[in-house]
Design a binder for this molecule. Structure first.
Ligand code: ADA
Length: 554
């Protein structure tokens, strides 16, 4: 396997149509880091247009190759040796393209990338979204030399805790020259399946149920992880997972039968210097902050988070609400088949990348979209059905702000509510009552379902200190969080989780109307500013959750 991370040739082509470019004619005038966001670098800051990335890789044998791209924003077209391989829409997910190399030597790989908004050709990225949508190859990229029979993916699912039993599904493609091939599975290095299989088809899935007496379960308190190795013919793959079962029952989210109380934070994967290509050190640092504050879950708002981040959550026992890309989609989008197809492909890619991570508790989609419209039921049902069929082992949800009028709550397992009492409406004093009134409307419609408050928060400008405790001051946000934590910790009958909006300040859309309500062009609801400097609010959460201040009575 060749890891392609490094410095690639780069060209900013500007206002050019992606379909009109012949990769052989591009003059590369610059260099760019991969992973990286070109429009987070000083030279291209804020620029939108078509760009080209190129690298060359020495490959020592002819044959089939698989090029894996960690994420490409927003729309990509891939070429190898000057020939087009595929197109791809939507950032934040991994995809791949296979091709055949005729003779050993240097392979030239080119990506054309477009970060402009184009509702028709790029429906997953829309200008109205409330976060800055950077362009670039933002996650690691690899080139794999494939044997004639190859493992495409290995998916692991805990079926039962008594045992425990793990389902291993191995998707393969290609053909071996032998009539039968070895098929082996190891669990933490111990051989548990050792047989030969005859494969007639050129694509398929092999499935095994492993009974694993004595294997430790995964939980937030004891996040035990196990390594599963699969060998099929000459190919092998290793996947890490945890053994645990998630269910929803009696207004609770249960992990291994135990009800969970969730207190967490929303996270945009973003940094002013790196855009969406948050480096490993910052991924670790962000989770250090989550832990330090005493929080136990993260909602990946509003798109799938990096593999590195998910790995760390698995290791630290932090739950993840993994959300597909989406933001306030109106009924026009939901009626648009092209949008729905793009969503389904993106959901499939999110699930493929996340399925073996025990930390992922819920799949989410379509943040704050038109779920109150009569015509929304069918598209919601289709996308939710798609997620359930793809992974029956996790609850599905969508975050709604359609208080009292949502028509799709019966379609999901967990009700996720976004509400901003004490910020966009109401005062600090009325926060508990306002929140109760909102939640009561959901409880009436979904009496038995668990409810998460997936967004709630107040803004604060870093460094603005004010004895008047006005909105935008750090003091206001800190008072707000004190009240919120009181409510969160004293209303267990209504809420099984609260997720503060948001971990740190994030650059938002460049559109003027939006920018006027967003000082500095940032969403300033962060507990930390964009460089992760703590506001008074972060210190307040840390102080309260570390037990320094007991919750007051409501
Ligand atoms: C919404 C939205 C968030 C953010 C938030 C805010 O709830 O889901 O992405 O825009 O509002 O800051 O107002």
């Amino acid at each position: 396997m060749h890891v392609l991370d490094g410095v690639w040739d780069f060209a900013f082509l500007g206002d050019v149509d992606i379909e009109s470019v012949d990769p052989r004619g591009i003059a590369y005038h610059d260099l760019m880091a991969v992973p990286g966001c070109f429009d987070a670098t000083p030279r291209y800051a804020g620029r939108r247009g078509l760009v080209a990335y190129r690298t060359r890789v020495p490959v020592s044998r002819a044959g089939a190759l698989r090029w894996v791209i960690g994420a490409a924003h927003h729309r990509a077209k891939l070429f190898a040796q000057g020939r087009v391989l595929c197109g791809h829409g939507g950032g934040f997910t991994r995809f791949s393209a296979d091709f055949v190399l005729d003779r050993p030597g240097e392979v030239e790989l080119v990506v054309l990338l477009d970060n402009r908004f184009d509702p028709k050709r790029s429906p997953l990225h829309q200008e109205k979204f409330d976060w800055y949508q950077y362009g670039g190859l933002t996650r690691s990229s690899e080139l794999h030399e494939l044997p004639s029979l190859s493992i495409d993916r290995v998916e692991l699912r805990t079926l039962e805790l008594g045992g425990p039993t793990l389902e291993v599904s191995v998707a393969f493609s290609g053909r071996s020259n032998e009539p039968s091939v070895p098929f082996r599975i190891t669990f933490d290095g111990e051989l548990v399946v050792d047989q030969r299989v005859e494969l007639q088809a050129t694509h398929g899935v092999l499935q095994k149920h492993l009974s694993l007496p004595g294997a430790e379960l995964w939980s937030p308190e004891h996040p035990s992880l196990h390594l599963v190795g699969v060998q099929l013919g000459d190919d092998d793959q290793f996947e890490r997972t945890g053994l645990r079962v998630v269910e929803t029952k009696n207004r609770c989210i249960l992990v291994n039968g135990k009800p969970q109380r969730l207190l967490g934070v929303n996270r945009h994967e973003m940094h002013p210097t790196f855009g969406h290509a948050v480096p490993m050190q910052q991924q670790v640092a962000d989770l250090q902050l989550v832990k330090r504050l005493g929080l136990n879950w993260v909602r990946g708002s509003h798109y799938p988070q990096d593999d590195v981040f998910l790995d760390l959550c698995d290791e630290l026992g932090i739950f993840v609400y993994s959300e597909a890309i989406g933001f306030r989609h109106g009924i026009e989008d939901l009626r648009n088949q092209q949008f729905l197809d793009a969503q389904a492909q993106h959901l499939d890619e999110m699930i493929a990348a996340g399925i073996n991570h025990p930390s992922i508790l819920v799949w989410g989609l379509l943040n704050e979209s038109a779920s109150s419209e009569p015509d929304a039921r069918s598209p919601y049902a289709k996308l939710i059905g798609f997620v359930r069929a793809r992974d029956p082992s996790r609850p599905v949800s969508f975050a709604t702000n359609r208080h009292g009028s949502d028509r799709c709550l019966d379609l999901i397992d967990i009700v996720s509510v976004n509400a901003y009492p004490g910020w966009y409406f109401g005062e600090l004093e009325t926060l508990p009552l306002d929140l109760d009134a909102i939640l009561a409307q959901y409880r009436a419609k979904a009496p038995e379902k668990p409810i998460l408050l997936t967004e709630v928060g107040a803004g604060a400008l870093y460094g603005v200190r004010d004895y008047h405790e006005q909105r935008w001051s750090e003091e206001y946000q800190a008072r707000f969080l004190e009240r919120l934590l009181d409510v969160a910790r004293t209303a267990p009958h209504e809420l099984c989780g609260v997720c503060i909006w948001q971990l740190c300040d994030t650059r938002t859309t460049e559109r003027t109307e939006a920018a006027l309500g967003r000082p500095r062009g940032f969403d300033n609801h962060g507990l930390f500013d964009e460089y992760r400097r703590p506001k008074l609010g972060a210190l307040t959460v840390e102080r309260i959750l570390s037990g320094d201040v007991p919750p007051t009575k409501r």
